[in-house]
Design a protein around this ligand. Structure first.
Ligand code: FCB
Length: 444
C-alpha cells in the first residue's frame, strides 16, 4: 500500500493511467493504414524477439473491459492516443470512418464511466505514406499534423478534457533519427537536427490550428531525464550539462523561451538545421494551457573527447535498477517539476507518465515502492511551489514496449498474451486503495 493519502495532493488533483495506440490496440484491420512501427518492427533485428504491435493487447476489441478496470480502480482520467493511420490511413486526405467510430465508442465509454479523456494526437505511429515523403525530416509535416489535429477536434473535441499534440518529441527526433532505436531507425545527424526542429514546429502549428477552431486545454508531453556527471570533474559535469541540453533544454527552451540552447547547436546540430528555423520560433513557443511531464530515471554522463559531435557518453550507475536497466531515482522527478516551475513556466504541470518495468507476475512490491516514492516526489515538488495538477501511471496494461517488444512489462494490470486475460497486479490494488479508500484501514 502507499504511504500517501489522496487528500494530500489537493482537491482537484487528477489520477489516471496512460497508454498509447500502437502499444495496445492491435486491430490492424478495419481500414487502418500502415504506420512506421509496422514496417520497423517487421524488419529483423529491430525489436526484441521480432515482436510487433499487430495484436498487442487487442484493445481495439477489448476496450470495454479495459475501461472497466480504470473505473474499478477509481481512476479519474485516462490518457490514450489516437492512431493517426487509423483515422487517416495515408496521413492526409481520405478518412477511415471505422476509425472515427472506434474512438467515438472509446471516448463515450470513458464518459459513461465518469473517466476524463486525456488525448494525445501523436504517440509515434506515423502513417507510412508520410514517412515516404520524409516524415519528420520534411517541414510539410507541420501542415499534415495541423490538418489531422483539426479533423480530430471537429469530431471529438467537445468530449476531450485535454489534448496534447506530441508525446516525447525527444524520442520522435533524437531516439528515432540520431540513435536509430525507434522507427524510422535513422542514425543521421542531419535527419536528427531537422526532426528536432520540425517536431516542435509541427506542435506549435497544430496548437495554433486547434485554437483557431476554439479547442481548449491544449498542451504537449515532454520527457525528462535527470542528467548528472559520472564524477565531480568539471569535464564530466559539462558532459551532463550538454546531455541536459540535448534531452531536456532543447524542448523546454524551444517551447517556453522560443530559442534552442546554444550548446546543443554548437556541439552538434548547428550546421544541419533547416535554413531560417529562427523564423519559426514564435510558432514553436506558442503559449500552452498545460505541460505534460514524463519521467522515469536519471543518467550519468562523462566526457568523451574521441567524439567530435556531442562529446559525451553514458555510464552505468550504482542505484537499484528496474527491468529496463533504468536507475530508480525519485528525487529527479521532484527536481524537474520544481525546475520547470521556477525557470520556465507557471502553467499547470501534469505528470503524464511515470512507472517501472518489472519481472512478470502480479505480486510487484518493487513497483508499489517505485510509485510510492515518486508520488512522494510530486508532493515534495508541490510544497516547493510547483503547480502539479495530476499524475498518470505508465501503464494501465502490460503492452508492446517498442524496441523491447513484450519482454518488458510496465502494467498495473498483467496481460497474458496467449489468452488476452487481464489480471490486476498488487500495484493496481494499491492505487485502488489510494483512490477509493477500499481497505483504507490497512493504510493508516
Ligand atoms: C515512454 C513512452 C511510452 C512507454 C514508456 C515506458 O518513453 O512514452 O510509450 O514506452 O516510455
Amino acid at each position: 500500500m502507499f504511504t500517501h493519502k489522496r487528500a494530500d495532493f489537493g482537491d482537484d488533483f487528477i489520477f489516471g493511467t496512460a497508454t498509447a495506440s500502437y502499444q495496445i490496440e492491435g486491430g490492424q484491420t478495419d481500414g487502418r493504414g500502415p504506420s512506421i512501427w509496422d514496417s520497423f518492427s517487421a524488419t529483423p533485428g529491430n525489436t526484441h524477439n521480432g515482436d510487433t504491435g499487430r495484436v498487442a493487447c487487442d484493445h481495439y476489441n477489448r476496450w470495454p473491459e479495459d475501461l472497466d478496470l480504470l473505473a474499478d480502480g477509481g481512476f479519474d482520467a485516462y490518457r490514450f492516443s489516437f492512431s493517426w493511420p487509423r483515422l487517416i490511413p495515408e496521413g492526409t486526405g481520405a478518412r477511415n470512418e471505422k476509425g472515427f467510430d472506434f474512438y467515438d465508442r472509446l471516448i463515450d465509454g470513458m464518459l459513461e464511466r465518469n473517466i476524463k479523456p486525456y488525448a494525445t494526437l501523436y504517440h509515434w505511429d506515423l502513417p507510412s505514406a508520410l514517412q515516404d515523403k520524409g516524415g519528420w525530416m520534411n517541414r510539410d509535416i507541420a501542415g499534415w499534423l495541423a490538418d489531422y489535429a483539426v479533423e480530430v477536434n471537429k469530431r471529438f473535441g467537445d468530449r476531450l478534457a485535454a489534448t496534447a499534440t506530441i508525446n516525447e518529441p525527444w524520442c520522435v527526433a533524437f531516439l528515432s533519427h540520431m540513435l536509430g532505436v525507434h522507427a524510422p531507425g535513422y542514425r543521421d545527424l542531419r535527419a536528427a537536427a531537422r526532426a528536432s526542429h520540425h517536431v516542435l514546429f509541427a506542435h506549435g502549428t497544430a496548437i495554433n490550428a486547434l485554437r483557431a477552431e476554439g479547442a481548449k486545454n491544449l498542451g504537449i508531453v515532454l520527457n525528462f531525464e535527470s542528467a548528472q556527471g559520472a564524477t565531480g570533474k568539471s569535464e564530466d559535469l559539462a558532459a551532463a550539462h550538454l546531455w541536459d541540453g540535448i534531452f531536456n533544454r532543447w524542448y523546454l527552451d524551444g517551447v517556453f523561451k522560443g530559442q534552442y540552447p546554444a550548446d546543443v547547436l554548437e556541439k552538434g546540430f548547428g550546421p544541419y538545421m533547416p535554413e531560417g528555423f529562427e523564423d519559426d520560433m514564435a510558432t514553436v513557443s506558442t503559449p500552452l494551457d498545460w505541460l505534460g511531464v514524463n519521467y522515469y530515471t536519471r543518467g550519468l554522463y562523462e566526457a568523451d573527447a574521441t567524439r567530435t559531435i556531442f562529446p559525451l557518453k553514458k555510464v552505468d550507475g550504482p542505484l537499484e535498477k528496474t527491468e529496463m536497466g533504468w536507475e530508480i531515482f525519485p528525487e529527479g522527478l521532484e527536481e524537474i517539476l520544481t525546475r520547470i516551475s521556477a525557470d520556465y513556466t507557471g502553467i499547470p504541470l501534469i505528470v503524464t507518465e511515470n512507472g517501472m518495468a518489472e519481472i512478470e507476475g502480479t505480486d510487484d512490491p518493487r513497483r508499489i515502492a517505485y510509485y510510492d516514492a515518486h508520488l512522494g516526489a510530486v508532493l515534495a515538488a508541490q510544497k516547493r511551489g510547483a503547480d502539479v495538477r495530476g499524475y498518470f501511471g505508465w501503464s494501465l496494461l502490460d503492452n508492446f514496449e517498442w524496441a523491447e517488444g513484450y519482454a518488458k512489462r510496465f502494467g498495473l494490470v498483467h496481460v497474458d498474451y496467449e489468452t488476452q486475460k487481464r489480471t490486476p497486479k498488487k500495484s493496481y490494488e494499491a492505487f485502488k486503495t489510494l483512490l477509493t479508500g477500499a481497505n483504507q484501514s490497512q493504510v493508516a
